[in-house]
Design a protein. Structure first.
Length: 626
């Protein structure tokens, strides 16, 4: 029997890990301390920088829907809530998790454990000098988010006409021993501010900040948009927030241009940073792990003990897209140790194309819906789950089904996992129960099923080959991993050697050589150098690529394509860049000896980026300069 993977925590990194491990055919158990899964996400109606939900990219299936609903419906995932983790114990080839739930003690023997407990918002009462915990109109950011949504839902105007946001509350603060940047606070303040401006454009908003760290995809553009919408930005660390008893106004004391200033606001929002809960700190102590945030890297690796991993904000503060990617990376490490066994559906073959008998089914619907539908279609059958649906279809010789349910995506997933309840996949139509035109929808669906011509789908054998376009670090990492888990890989590189730009950075030479050596000596990897992809045709599972080099032109068939072509360093951005005394940081290491002979060196950041023409932060430049 395959031992499960236990995921402790059900925020986005934990759910991301759970999904991908479950999709690979491994059993997953999610243990969540709250009464619902999803972390803080269900409270957030919008995500930056799209101002929509924006997390449908998270699950391998497309189109996907809310991740916490995906987890509830997945046949390889079991979820336990209201859980308290008591201990995690390493054994030779397994890990035992001891926990209590609803007053009962349990233990699970797992092949691996992923700790994905995320973060706790900083308690603003620990910053009384900023009014935290003292005044009713000083809000923690997460509570203010709820407050905003409630007002918008009820179509109410905000009672505050002048609002201040104070950044880095509980982050970058040596006094409270939290010296790190929490990564996402700048952006969620911008998101809330723009949300206010959208529904209450008359409200004046000022954001007090140390640095605006808009370093994700499209984040800088989002920041520029906020400034265009009239949001004020003041670069200053706020000294204090005090309420004036006579007016109820909040007086903010800050410095600007070397002068002390005071300004009145109706409300103040403290942008909380991320902290790690005391229960998790104690749990890590049992694994003999002490967290020191003054270390440059508190955790050296995501595998903190044998078969015990951490992911997401507990490893490093991060926003949702990064947490999803981080969760996938940890899932990949665990999947690589197992044989992947994704579920294959046995698609029913049909002898006749036309459907002769159609049934209408109510799947877990309320009695009120039952009365409405049965009045129109008296032979409607009510079922409580997919087992009953399968039985009813079999007993009544049904060949096509119209299934009405409250949540058609969840129902569709359950029916699919039941191998379509014995029907051909073209013989099912799902309709939402709460529908203003329910009768017409049912009639139209029955008509469609009568007209559909069903095909006997034939399974296609895949060749297990993946093409990786680009032989830099990303291409080499993914190629080596895919080969490790059994795929045949073709690397197509336009240059005459592998390694990309890292070959030109002396401090990274050993790293890139190691990956090049692994790829060149792997029998599962075929490498084409001095070669370009001239055309691509086909579809997922059946791509045809035309490769062209000076010597030959050839075609290859692959199941999937990974594009890792990287980027090029921008040059000649500034008029005085001459490549001699003024050059890019990409050439820095090559000129180390002559730089060390200089008396004075200047670094100019964001050259050619974070401008109206190119509103992008490249994320690495500041660290490289330091």
């Amino acid at each position: 029997m395959i031992k499960p993977v236990v995921v402790v925590g059900s925020g986005f990194s934990g759910l991301s890990s759970a999904f991908h491990i479950a999709e690979a055919g491994l059993p997953v158990i999610i243990l969540e301390k709250k009464d619902k899964i999803g972390g803080y996400f269900p409270r957030l109606k919008r995500q930056f920088p799209t101002n929509t939900c924006g997390v449908c990219f998270m699950h391998p299936h497309y189109p996907a829907y809310c991740p916490y609903i995906e987890a509830e419906r997945h046949e390889n995932i079991n979820i336990f809530t209201n859980v308290s983790i008591e201990n995690i114990i390493n054994k030779d080839e397994s890990v035992v998790v001891e926990y209590t739930s609803h007053g009962k003690a349990h233990n699970i023997e797992a092949q691996a454990v992923i700790i994905a407990t995320g973060y706790e918002p900083f308690d603003i009462s620990n910053k009384p000098e900023l009014g935290g915990g003292l005044y009713s109109n000083v809000f923690p950011a997460l509570i203010f988010e709820d407050y905003l949504y409630d007002n918008i839902t009820e179509n109410k105007s905000l009672p505050y006409k002048k609002i201040a946001y104070i950044q880095c509350v509980g982050s970058r603060d040596l006094k409270i021993k939290q010296p790190y940047c929490s990564s996402f606070c700048c952006m969620y303040a911008l998101k809330q501010a723009m949300f206010i401006k959208e529904f209450n454009p008359e409200v004046e908003i000022t954001i007090f900040y140390m640095d605006i760290r808009a370093f994700g995809k499209e984040y800088e553009r989002y920041y520029m948009d906020a400034k265009r919408k009239g949001i004020n930005f003041v670069r200053s660390a706020v000294a204090s927030v005090k309420k004036r008893p006579s007016t109820g106004k909040l007086e903010i004391l800050y410095t600007k241009d070397g002068d002390a200033r005071e300004e009145s606001f109706d409300a103040v929002v403290l942008s909380q940073g991320a902290t790690i809960g005391r229960d998790i700190v104690e749990l890590l102590k049992k694994l003999d792990i002490q967290i020191d945030f003054y270390e440059s890297v508190p955790f050296k690796d995501r595998e903190i003990r044998k078969n015990i991993y951490i992911t997401g904000s507990i490893f490093d503060p991060m926003d949702i897209p990064d947490a999803v990617i981080d969760g996938i990376s940890v899932a990949a490490r665990i999947i690589s140790k197992n044989i992947i066994t994704p579920k294959l559906h046995n698609v029913l073959k049909v002898k006749k194309q036309k459907i002769s008998k159609i049934g209408v089914f109510l799947f877990q619907c309320d009695d009120s819906v039952d009365e409405i539908v049965r009045a129109i279609f008296p032979e409607t059958i009510k079922v409580k789950d997919e087992e009953e649906l399968s039985f009813a279809i079999s007993q009544n010789n049904i060949e096509g089904a119209v299934v009405i349910s409250n949540d058609i995506r969840l129902t569709e997933a359950k029916v699919e996992n039941k191998n379509y309840c014995g029907l051909h996949l073209d013989s099912l139509i799902f309709i939402p129960a709460y529908n203003n035109a329910l009768q017409k929808e049912i009639e139209a669906s029955i008509l469609r099923l009568k007209q559909v011509k069903r095909s006997s789908y034939m399974p296609k054998n895949l060749n297990g080959k993946v093409c990786v376009i680009g032989g830099g670090l990303a291409g080499l990492v993914v190629s080596n991993f895919l080969a490790k888990i059994g795929f045949n890989v073709v690397i197509v590189e336009k240059d005459q050697i592998l390694g990309g730009r890292l070959r030109e950075i002396p401090s990274r030479t050993d790293l890139i050589k190691r990956y090049i050596n692994d790829a060149e000596n792997n029998p599962g990897i075929e490498i084409f150098l001095n070669t370009e992809v001239k055309s691509v045709s086909g579809r997922f599972g059946d791509f045809v690529l035309q490769l062209e080099s000076k010597e030959e032109t050839r075609k290859i068939k692959v199941d999937a394509i990974v594009i890792t072509t990287g980027g090029k360093p921008r040059k000649n951005i500034l008029s005085y860049e001459d490549g001699k005394r003024v050059f890019t940081n990409f050439d820095f290491e090559k000129r180390g000896d002559e730089i060390l002979k200089s008396n004075k060196v200047v670094f100019i950041q964001c050259a050619g980026s974070r401008t109206e023409d190119n509103p992008v932060c490249y994320k690495v430049c500041c660290k490289k300069a330091v």
